[in-house]
Design a protein around this ligand. Sequence first.
Ligand code: ZN
Length: 496
Amino acid sequence: MKRIILTAQALLVVFFLCAQDASVIQYGKMVSPAELKDYLTILASDALEGRGTGTRGQKMAAAFIAHHFESQGLTGPVNGSYYQPITLYSAGNPSSSLSVAGTPLKEGEDFFFFGSMDTGGLVQSSLIYAGKGTETDLRAVDVKGKAAVVLLESNASLRNNAQISNVRNAGATMVFAVMEKEEDFRTTVNQMRMFAGGRMSLNRPSGTSGTGLFLLTPGAAAQLFKTSPEKLLKAAAEKSFSKMKPVTAGYTVTSQVREIKTENVLGFLEGTDKKDEVLVITAHYDHIGRRSSGEGDLINNGADDDGSGTSAVMALAKAFAQAKKDGKGPRRSILFMTVTAEEIGLLGSEYYADRNPILPLQQTVVNLNIDMIGRRDPQHNGSDPYVYVIGSDKLSSELHRLSESVNKKYTNLVFDYTYNDPNHPERLYYRSDHWNFAKKSIPIIFYFDGIHEDYHKPSDEVDKIEFELMALRAQCIFYTAWEIANRDARITPDTN
Ligand SMILES: [Zn+2]
């Protein structure tokens, strides 16, 4: 008898587990290619104009997502609203002046200011010639608290330029970067004018806050030091630049500070017996908007980046809401959050995590972030279904194990960990919204499909999306979220 009872109990347990699995799969399957395509076709349509932060298209996307959350029965957690309003500041279209010994140089001809700041009036500063700004060069001169002039390598780019950052790190208050050739100055100025809209920030720029630099022609730099361009280049090459006498120059930068109103869109699904703990699922719904000039298609549709992640968040919200209506969890609460201003520096998620978390961060168990899951990169042409998984093991080995075992059980995607190395040159661990949660020691997983030829181009269109593959990835995230939200023990960060 005893044995039989035990067997019956065991059978019951097996039956219960199977029933559990069956119902999880029933909801997982709701995240279908057809549904994802419905959402993405709207989000990435030309009507939404590339969803640039603060634009009409971004606001149309926000309204679409908020309406979806509402129709699924999710609540608006921001004082009853689905919108979390954010004000961004941009110090755009700076105008600048530069003069030496009372003689003004010509903006656009001799120099060009690039950056986001306002000097609030005339600054008189000593100019120190720092050669090529190598670490050795910077030991020969003292640029701290002064303006430094640095001769750029030929064909240097201004983005992430090591020479410029060396000079800044040495304490220079302003950088004057000299292009070796006049024509390189013209090309760079033309490129930079395309970005003249100015960087956006969560802080209002004032006084000397912000950063920027003056780009100079070799002729203008020589004029500042009352010498010839040849001598200036020679001094840097022969390391005799420290003998160049400092001069005093005056400069101003005046910027129009513009306010941009934008919003994160949040849908909240309250949990049952563990409702004070929350899982946050994110994707950014903004993109880079329209190209300002050029021919042909100018709308950067952002179907993959990150219409795909946004559609997945919407589909997951629907599946979890249906499960809840059927009395099946979630035990922990889930916050579905589509964030804004990712493309201009992860600002929407920074605003949430750093300044205004709607739910306490101590109660925030995990962040699952989805940024581009609709395509293949060239490295995976014809490969088995895969996804890049980034960050899962960084803060919680428990989360990493859960992520692996859930995938083995339900979706069997190939997890590619190439970009999981924080020292990988692409630095993807720092490049999407999960980073603002990771910074707060909240365990995260970032799901990504790789870098392809249509990245940040008008050709990132819906017709290039592989919806079967995208649905499989979204289902994998669904099952991972289900396990995190419904398991007994909370996922905890490693304690080391
Ligand atoms: Zn993105």
